[in-house]
Ligand binder design. Structure first.
Ligand SMILES: Nc1nc2c(ncn2[C@@H]2O[C@H](COP(=O)(O)OP(=O)(O)OP(=O)(O)O)[C@@H](O)[C@H]2O)c(=O)[nH]1
Ligand SMILES: [Mg+2]
Length: 206
């Protein structure tokens, strides 16, 4: 998968105002500050495409980026920043919850996990929210440049054991670094393969 163009399309505060042209979409979600926007910039090779900040909660809207004119990357608001009252709604951004449950052209959800941390309750809760709704997802362990490869491997293993043992099939797992570009080739290949499997949704897949 070669990125020929990556263009910001629109920010949306809710599902209704998302782009109407049903291009295949790949969405990124995860705790605030986990590195969603940085990963989008790394994958596209465009440093300033998605806004990156040290202040958690930077991305409050759903941001749509059109790639190669025929599919999209979607930067979703992070969870675990503003406290949302726990009702029967998801304990995270309401617009993101609606999007994840109802967006018809959503091909794949990437859930980002900080590779340096023990499994966090908020990530486990979010994954269980997806599992309860039978929504498939892919995991990406971020910021692997901040520790050794073996520390990342044991962190992934711990997460699998604590969270994923009951999942059949288990989700695909990637490791990434926006600094060193680890994971770029693998994740783009995964997206390319998914686009081939969803030809009906793509205009003219390249
Ligand atoms: N070393 C290192 N730092 C990273 C990496 N990814 C992100 N960061 C840093 O982590 C901070 C947060 O990154 P963002 O990409 O803004 O995180 P986000 O998940 O989009 O955050 P919100 O929009 O607040 O939800 C920034 O200071 C980034 O530079 C990485 O792979 N390696
Ligand atoms: Mg962001």
């Amino acid at each position: 998968m070669k990125i020929q163009s990556a263009v910001f399309e629109v920010s949306s505060p809710n599902l209704e105002l998302c782009p109407t042209l049903p291009l295949p979409e790949f969405a990124f979600i995860g705790r605030s500050n986990v590195g969603k926007s940085s990963l989008i910039n790394m994958l596209t090779g465009k440093a300033g495409l998605a806004k990156v900040s040290d202040l958690p909660g930077k991305t409050k809207l759903m941001n749509f980026f059109t790639i190669n004119r025929n599919w999209r990357l979607v930067d979703l608001p992070g969870y675990g920043y503003a406290h949302v009252a726990k009702t029967d709604r998801a304990d995270f951004n309401e617009a993101a919850a609606d999007y994840l449950q109802a967006r018809e052209n959503l091909v794949c959800i990437f859930v980002l996990i900080d590779s340096r941390l023990e499994p966090q309750a908020i990530d486990v809760d979010f994954i269980n929210w997806l599992v309860d709704r039978e929504i498939p997802f892919v995991l990406i362990f971020t910021k692997t440049d901040k520790q050794s490869a073996s520390q990342t491997q044991s962190s992934v293993a711990r997460f699998k054991k604590a969270v994923l043992t009951e999942l059949d099939p288990p989700p695909p797992i990637f490791v990434s670094s926006s600094k060193t570009k680890v994971g770029q080739r693998e994740i783009l290949k995964f997206i390319g393969d998914a686009l081939i499997e969803n030809p009906q949704q793509s205009n003219n897949a390249e």
